[in-house]
Write a protein that binds this ligand. Structure first.
Ligand SMILES: [Zn+2]
Length: 378
């Protein structure tokens, strides 16, 4: 099997004075974008038709040689090509929308300070361990994991805090890395234990979630105590954004790590089809902190990557209340009961472990049914 996976790696660049050259490059990219829009508008006014991408590219290249636009040379040619092709696509979409009589508006000028990124392809950059060189300048990045595969594009992006990130879009050949173990597992989500796995392992949500929640509350109190329009308020808002951002990123990293391990370890994973809004009502805000649905989303994406099938078991399947040993249903089971003895077979059952085992078994049944369906359909 020859399967290719498209992936994007994101790394942060170290804060340093050198980044000012990237600020310049992003700003100049914004200026070039605006110039392209202006050219399009003028061309349309003069000739009543749209400028094509070759004409646009030719024109920009000519302008670049002009002394007045010498600073455009700051931006690598591939990045300029990327801008012209994006402007072209934006106009193509605009004219297409017009043709189909849809509500639309032409591509717009952008405020240069809000312009966010530029993109390179195969040329104009080099990565040597954690040093990224763009043109003649080198930047250090937080290389949090190994970059694998063939790089298709490199995008440098700045966020509203003025920090820089690099995105490597790669194509990876996955055919070698597939090893099917045939193993399956059920996962039970909980408040006490984030995940209970039917093989007996437990995954706890890390302590920093709680710590960060405290920091967020502190930061938002700090913000509301500052006078509107004051410098301190601006600082407090940035501080809150930073704490918030950090929490979300840490959580995402944690989810990715867990999802990757699970989907590599098992070929089939069964989970409850969670009704998150109903659970929030029942359990309050905590559930949204654990962000189950975000985790499920990540689990499914990792499942695709590592060829692990994720089965969602119907939300009315009483995974906690069924005894895994004898199938007896304990209707009396209350939410706070962490362990219970089955009235049918006297087994002592651990609530979450029992639920995960049931989910594994029920998922297997659901899969057999759907796969049978597939065969008859085919
Ligand atoms: Zn039983």
């Amino acid at each position: 099997m020859n399967k290719q996976i498209r992936k994007t790696y994101q790394f942060k660049l170290y804060q340093s004075k050198k980044l000012s050259s990237l600020h310049d490059q992003v700003n100049v990219s914004g200026i070039i974008w605006n110039h392209c829009i202006a050219l399009h508008k003028r061309y349309y006014r003069l000739f009543g038709k749209s400028l094509n991408v070759y004409q646009l590219q030719k024109h920009i290249t000519k302008l670049k040689k002009h002394e007045k636009h010498a600073f455009w040379k700051l931006v690598p040619s591939q990045a300029i090509q990327d801008i012209t092709s994006r402007v072209d696509k934006a106009y193509a979409k605009f004219f297409d929308d017009l043709k189909r009589k849809q509500r639309t508006s032409p591509p717009k000028f952008k405020a240069v300070r809000r312009y966010k990124s530029f993109t390179l392809k195969q040329a104009g950059w080099k990565l040597d361990s954690n040093i990224l060189t763009i043109g003649k300048r080198s930047f250090k990045l937080f290389l949090s994991r190994e970059l694998k595969g063939t790089v298709k594009t490199v995008t440098i992006k700045r966020n509203s805090l003025g920090e820089f990130f690099v995105y490597f879009s790669v194509i990876e050949d996955a055919s070698q890395s597939i090893f099917k173990s045939g193993k399956s597992a059920g996962l039970d989500f909980g408040l006490k234990t984030f995940l209970t796995v039917s093989d007996g392992s437990e995954i706890h949500s890390p302590e920093f979630f709680k710590t960060n929640l405290g920091l967020i509350q502190q930061a938002s109190r700090g913000l509301s105590s500052k006078k509107k329009g004051s410098n301190n308020r601006v600082k407090a808002r940035l501080h809150l954004a930073r704490v918030h951002d950090k929490t979300l990123n840490q959580r995402k990293d944690f989810f990715f790590k867990q999802a990757k391990e699970l989907t590599q370890k098992f070929d089939y994973i069964s989970i409850e089809d969670l009704n998150v809004s109903a659970m929030s009502k029942l359990w309050g805000r905590k559930i949204s902190d654990l962000a189950f649905s975000e985790f499920v989303h990540i689990l499914e994406s990792q499942g695709q990557k590592y060829f692990c099938e994720i089965t969602k078991v119907g939300r009315f399947y009483p995974s906690s209340k069924i005894c895994f040993e004898c199938g007896n249903v304990n209707k009396e089971l209350r939410l706070e009961q962490r362990t219970w003895t089955c009235p049918g077979c006297n087994s002592l059952l651990h609530r979450d472990k029992n639920a995960s085992l049931n989910l594994d078994r029920e998922g297997e049944r659901v899969r057999t049914l759907t796969h049978k369906g597939d065969e008859t359909a085919a």
